[in-house]
Design a protein around this ligand. Structure first.
Ligand SMILES: Nc1ncnc2c1ncn2[C@@H]1O[C@H](COP(=O)(O)OP(=O)(O)OP(=O)(O)O)[C@@H](O)[C@H]1O
Ligand SMILES: [Mg+2]
Length: 502
């Protein structure tokens, strides 16, 4: 092998000296570059992949993934960087500049990335691409495992950088809304600070939820294989102030999924519901809060608070309804559930639906039957362990180390007090000792009053929508508005609807 190379290089030198003697200079440099270079350079042991920005006029996913991935690989040796930021992005986006290289190692694979950008010449468009260079023998492993690793990592980074949006029909479309959610959803960014770290909850219950979400995210292929829509449903139930809305915000912030907050009281029939739901996007959480109250879609106490337009719309709907025998167009709980089971299952991916209620016992069994909601999560009164999270959130203390916390935890475990009530107590002073003593008096007082029956159990709020919590005997559908009125059921929702936006 060595002697072949030596004789090739000897021949190359002889050939070059002949060229120098007999060939004009311009032609000589062409021959050096295009003929001799190829003939006499021993073939490289490296292979270079070209990753163009576009692939057949569409964005090249590998290029996008590389761009995202390489942001995390920029080392001190890089000399030039590009920086950018769009109005919706919270952070600066830093990427390598033209001609900069990055070395990376994955398992035992060593590669070199080079970012290339051509100059703009006449009508030629600027071309951007990455060159990925590695040893030829690693070709299969780079194409298989390394590039998959780059794509998976880039997905993770994208998720972390994503701004989570809250879509609501109560919010007007903003000017920079790209309209991707379409329909009549207005959008603001979800500023709710709740995360799984700040959520006061029994640690094992919290872990169960996080594990369930993680499993859900990873199971694209599984859902496909078993022929199930890639969706997950959660029913959160518990008294007011136990963290149902906070848990939804924590889920959204964890998954980086947008939230669609659906208030059924503004929707008048199943057709409208269908249109609205079809305009939601993938990787989102559809939230229907207070399903027991919210589903009371037409019976309202506050009719006189409606705007003229809304009142007109409602009256027209009611008149149409009175004239129509077709009850199928009316919004019913069964309509909602059918939609979730049927149409909603056949479009979109990575969807989560969350119902919340303060009164699980009052819900229609149709909503509770196995398979309808994948997980029922009991958001109950605060426990001693969960209180530790509140102490850490509000006081910045490790509850284990404070002498008063043990006593408080025992007290909390033996009474019914919500995290919201405790959170309020934890903001009463600046001095942690004063605050914690205040918590003791507060919980003791609650305990005493409860034992005397002075505190009305929080669940004892009158049922605001009994009709929607019982099935209509004839067809399993809920009674219509007309029937509700005739039955003389109480109007109004009777309970505040605490939204994520508040
Ligand atoms: N589990 C919790 N962990 C941390 N903070 C909580 C928790 N529960 C309630 N809080 C505090 O109380 C406030 C109200 O809680 P949240 O709105 O999540 O309760 P909810 O269960 O949704 O109540 P509702 O049934 O009235 O809608 C929150 O903004 C938060 O400050
Ligand atoms: Mg709530």
């Amino acid at each position: 092998m060595f002697s072949v190379c030596a004789s090739l290089s000897g021949f190359s030198m002889l050939f070059r000296s002949m060229l120098n003697d007999f060939v004009p200079e311009q032609l000589r440099s062409y021959i050096y570059e295009n003929v001799l270079g190829r003939l006499f350079t021993p073939s490289s042991k490296n292979l270079t992949l070209i990753i163009d920005e576009n692939s057949k006029y569409k964005r090249n996913l590998v290029y996008e993934a590389a761009e995202m991935y390489l942001r995390t690989k920029i080392g001190p040796e890089t000399e030039r960087l590009r920086v950018g930021k769009t109005p919706k992005q919270k952070h600066f986006i830093v990427t390598i500049a033209k001609g900069e290289a990055i070395r990376d190692t994955f398992e035992d694979i060593q590669v070199k990335w080079l970012y290339v950008q051509t100059e703009k010449a006449n009508s030629e468009k600027v071309k951007r691409y990455y060159e990925l260079t590695f040893e030829k023998k690693l070709r299969e492993r780079v194409l298989d495992s390394y590039l998959n690793h780059v794509i998976a990592e880039s997905e993770k980074i994208k998720r972390d950088l994503r701004v989570v949006n809250l879509y609501s029909r109560d919010v007007h479309m903003s000017s920079d809304d790209d309209g991707s959610a379409g329909g009549s959803w207005g959008c603001i960014s979800l500023e709710h600070p709740s995360t799984f770290e700040t959520l006061a909850m029994d640690p094992s219950a919290k872990k169960k939820i996080i594990d369930d979400l993680d499993r859900f995210l990873k199971r694209k292929e599984f859902y496909k294989r078993v022929g199930k829509a890639w969706k997950r449903g959660y029913l959160l139930y518990g008294p007011p102030g136990t963290g149902k809305s906070s848990l939804i915000a924590a889920m959204a912030n964890y998954l980086k999924f947008d939230v669609f907050d659906l208030d059924l009281s503004n929707i008048y029939d199943n057709g409208e519901l269908k249109r609205i739901l079809l305009s939601t996007t993938n990787r989102s959480i559809l939230v229907i809060e207070d399903i027991d109250c919210n589903a009371e879609v037409r019976d309202r106490e506050d009719e006189n608070q409606e705007t003229g337009k809304a009142r007109g719309k409602r009256k027209r709907r009611e008149d149409e309804y009175d004239e129509s025998e077709d009850q199928d167009t009316q919004l019913t709980l069964s309509g909602i559930l059918n939609f979730i089971d049927g149409l909603w299952s056949s479009f979109g991916d990575e969807r989560i639906i969350v119902f919340t209620t303060n009164h699980k016992d009052r819900l229609d069994p149709a909503l509770l039957r196995p398979g309808r909601m994948d997980m029922h999560i009991n958001m109950s009164y605060c426990t001693g362990l969960a209180f530790r999270t509140l102490v850490s959130n509000y006081l910045g203390l490790d509850g284990l180390n404070h002498p008063l916390c043990e006593e408080i935890e025992k007290l909390i475990d033996s009474t019914e007090v919500t995290p919201a009530e405790l959170a309020e107590q934890l903001m009463q002073d600046d001095d942690p000792n004063v605050i914690l003593r205040g918590v003791i008096s507060f919980v003791e007082k609650m305990k005493y009053e409860k034992s005397k029956g002075k505190v009305k159990a929080k669940e004892d709020v009158p049922a605001c929508k009994e009709l929607l919590t019982k099935k209509d005997d004839s067809c399993g559908k809920q009674s219509s508005m007309k029937n509700q009125k005739q039955a003389g059921k109480p109007k109004g929702r009777g309970m505040k609807r605490q939204k994520l936006m508040e």
